[in-house]
Write a protein that binds this ligand. Structure first.
Ligand code: AMP
Length: 280
């Protein structure tokens, strides 16, 4: 493993290995098996794998958990050390955001929906950090998780808007045995909370498996009631077009369920694909 702490170290490493294909996995650390599934996918797609561990201050609102976000750099590095020849970029804030700074582009409307509505600073911060990291690492591929489904669409927009010659690889949601989507924030939950949190996936799965014939409005209202009965407070639960993220009132062949809920003060997000087995 090669740990690179500064932009200068990163640039020196990148210029020494110009010809090898490079896949990049940006993370905020507190690594779990979900992150590792992205790294495995990165190895399948490139000769060299870069992982960044950087808690990006710009994507947290003033009342959010930037100060308490889990930081476990030593155990993260121990986990990453198992991978052959991995490069781990662990910059300080100034290394990421030092000059030159690019002029930011106006983000598309969907960035103010769902997570963007509840976390107004979030996608702007994502744009800023990814621009900086993509410019510095200059990868051929980037790997992002479908768990953050809206963020994945932001990445696709950003690559196109800034004409990066980078391909995005989407990794499926990686779950605990209980079905709970893995997340660094799950460690804020008590053991009982983790069991309770698994009901989020169970309720979303039921929506897409058992209620194929019902109108969407009824599917959503049943699921909302089930979420509240399971102890969640709902931020949003929507069924969207997976390409445009527009919220749907009427079913179509390919749909995506997006959900954000609170449990024990922890914000959990999850998503499942919703495919109709036959047209109605
Ligand atoms: P984070 O460290 O939470 O910013 O996540 C870094 C990357 O890992 C993002 O692309 C996330 O979508 C992805 N990720 C986080 N949790 C999971 C999961 N349970 N399954 C798949 N990808 C994930």
């Amino acid at each position: 493993m090669l740990q690179l702490k500064t932009r200068a170290e990163l640039l020196a490493a990148r210029s020494a290995e110009k010809k090898s294909s490079c896949a990049f996995v940006p993370t905020m650390g507190a690594l779990h098996a979900g992150h590792l599934s992205l790294i495995d996918l990165a190895y399948k797609n490139a000769e060299l794998v870069y992982v960044s561990v950087f808690v990006n201050p710009k994507q947290f609102g003033p009342k959010e958990d930037f100060g308490t976000y889990p930081r476990h750099l030593d155990s993260d590095l121990a986990l990453l050390d198992r991978y052959p020849n991995i490069r781990v970029y662990t910059p300080a804030v100034d290394e990421v955001y030092g000059p030159p700074q690019r002029k930011l582009k106006k983000m598309p409307a969907f960035c103010s929906w769902y997570c963007g509505a509840s976390r107004p600073d979030f996608f702007g911060g994502v744009q800023q950090v990814l621009l900086a990291l993509f410019d510095q690492v200059q990868p051929d591929n980037v790997v992002f998780g479908e768990k953050d489904f809206q963020q994945l669409q932001v990445v696709k927009w950003l690559l196109k808007a800034y004409a990066y010659p980078i391909e995005v690889i989407a990794a499926p949601v990686y779950r605990e045995k209980s079905g709970l989507a893995m997340s660094s924030r799950n460690q804020y939950l008590s053991e009982a909370g983790k069991l309770q949190a698994a009901q989020l996936y169970q309720i979303l799965s039921k929506m897409v498996q058992e209620e194929q014939t019902l109108p969407l409005e009824q599917v959503l209202s049943t699921a909302r009631k089930a979420l509240v009965a399971a102890g969640f407070s709902i931020d949003y639960l929507v069924v969207v077009d997976p390409l445009t993220l527009e919220s749907l009132d009427v079913k179509k062949a390919a749909m995506q369920v997006l959900a954000a809920v609170y449990l024990q003060g922890v914000r959990l997000i999850d998503t499942v694909a919703f495919k109709l087995k036959k047209a109605f």
